[in-house]
Ligand binder design. Structure first.
Ligand code: NAI
Length: 462
């Protein structure tokens, strides 16, 4: 007799959501987590704490730049870094505590410690071996190492150290103009640091729609962030309290150096599966080192499943959550499904950037016949009232059927607005379906409707 129907290894968004869904579907469930608190990277050292710092730094920016314009006079606030850190820690505590409560409510056993899988059907935590019919690996990811760069999480930091710096930096170099680099770089720029982003490619945020990437970089530059593009970081030298970042420009191989008191390494993440014992079990990996799975999240070893950052696909908390729910349905004998074509991506800067579906470049490469409808937030009354007129909504539709193929937004609350399009795409909506739907005035979402109108007879306020 197995102790459990399911043991989930990892208590991040993939793992804890999977455990809750398994329990809701009547399966006896445990979740193994070695951290002091549940929630994984996302809640402890990722999405949630970074949003607290983004919010606080955004408030400071508003006070410094926009209060006077609105007739709010007086001294701008100054940064009390220890208090900002404790606000961030409170936010983490509320969220991780919430997951612990949900585990109790759903009668999920939290097996505290780091799990290994000695054999299919068994999970060892500490000295104890627990048995389960099904094991779900949801162990997430960790920052990839960059050759020549040694991380000490004090001067040279990953996203984890960047959230808990001893003080706010004066000069910060960010290696990599991806999501992490730009989100955290913009936090410290708003808190007063001189931030320089060094990026290997010629455009920021690889994979993003080119129009959006161009506008995004222009806005970030205006906010004071410096960019060195087409530059490969060679190594970082650390002195007592400073670092020197050495890079080569790809166009002419010339060598350069920048000083910093903090260097953030944000050059990607890789699956984390240390100590699980997958090798010995013969669990197959892809050539990129991710756990190989079939359409039901099953590995090649019977009874072992895997989800989230440890398997192929975008490394996003919400993708992991969807997989967690879907694999729970499969284990309960139902039909779990994830539509990988409709997974939104959001960058939480100010303004936010959000996208779902295809980019123009992808459609061109596929030889598709498409139409674009674009609408600037300068034509949106609500955005202008709050100094957020920069940016646009770009909708891409099939030229013949008008069916939405993708949507790319840079502007206020883009990360929330994108879901109208996600729902639309799930239901096979056309731009006209969005255009004919009444949108409340005055809202940012009217810009989405205007972009849909621009796919047809034209936007009204353009
Ligand atoms: P990323 O893959 O988004 O960007 C890394 C950047 O570093 C690339 O632009 C790459 O060209 C550059 N790079 C690599 N080596 C370099 C070198 N030697 N010199 C200069 N530049 C170099 O990686 P990032 O930002 O670390 O994020 C990791 C993962 O976490 C991503 O999959 C991301 O989607 C996910 N994430 C998502 C968030 C969100 O959805 N808001 C927030 C944080 C992370």
């Amino acid at each position: 007799m197995a102790n459990y129907d399911v043991i989930v290894i990892g208590g991040g968004p993939g793992g804890y959501v999977c455990a809750i869904r398994c329990a809701q579907l009547g399966l006896k469930t445990a979740c193994v987590e070695g951290r002091e608190t549940l929630g994984g990277t996302c809640l402890n050292i990722g999405c949630i704490p970074s949003k607290a710092l983004l919010h606080a730094s955004h408030m400071l920016h508003e006070a410094e730049h926009n209060f006077v314009k609105m007739g709010l006079k007086g001294k701008s606030p100054s940064v009390d870094w220890p208090q900002m850190q404790s606000y961030k820690d409170d936010v983490i505590g509320q969220n991780t505590g919430g997951i612990e409560f949900l585990f109790k409510k759903n009668k999920i056993d939290w097996l505290k410690g780091w799990g290994t899988i000695p054999a299919a059907g068994q999970v060892k935590v500490g000295d104890e071996i627990h048995e389960a019919k099904h094991i779900v690996v949801a162990t997430g990811s960790e920052p990839s190492a960059l050759p020549g760069v040694e991380v000490d999480e004090k001067i040279v930091v990953t996203s984890e150290g960047a959230l808990s710096l001893a003080k706010t930096p004066k000069k910060m170099v960010v290696i990599g103009a991806g999501v992490i680099g730009l989100e955290l770089g913009s936090v410290y720029a708003r808190l007063g640091a001189e931030v320089t982003v060094v990026e290997y490619l010629d455009t920021i945020t690889p994979g993003m729609d080119k129009d959006v990437a161009k506008t995004f970089q222009r806005i970030l530059k205006k906010q004071g962030i410096n960019f060195v593009m087409g530059a490969a970081v060679q190594n970082v030298e650390t002195l007592k309290t400073k670092a020197k970042v050495n890079y080569k420009l790809r166009k002419d191989d010339s060598e350069h150096q920048i000083d910093a008191d903090t260097v953030l390494v944000a050059t990607g993440r890789k699956p984390y599966m240390d100590g699980l014992g997958l090798d010995a079990l013969g669990v197959a990996l892809t050539d990129r080192g991710q756990i190989q799975i079939d359409g039901h999240w099953a590995t090649n070893v019977k009874g072992i499943y895997a989800i989230g950052d440890a398997v192929p696909g975008p490394m996003l908390a919400h993708k992991a959550e969807d997989e967690g729910m879907a694999v729970a349905e499969v284990l309960a004998g139902k039909h779990g499904h994830v539509n990988y074509d409709v997974i939104p991506g959001v960058i939480y800067t100010s303004p936010e950037v959000a996208a779902v579906g295809k980019t123009e470049d992808e459609l061109k490469a596929e030889g598709r016949n498409y139409k674009v409808g674009k609408f600037s937030f300068m034509g949106n009354g609500r955005a202008k009232a709050v100094f957020q007129g920069e940016g646009f909504v770009k909708m891409i539709v099939d030229a013949e059927t008008d069916r939405i193929l993708g949507c790319h937004i840079i502007g206020p609350a883009a990360g929330d607005m994108i879901h109208e399009i996600c729902v639309g795409m799930e239901f096979g909506a056309s731009a006209q379906d969005i255009a004919l739907t009444c949108h409340a005035h005055p809202t940012y979402s009217e810009a989405v409707r205007e972009a849909a109108l621009a796919c047809g007879d034209g936007a009204i306020h353009a």
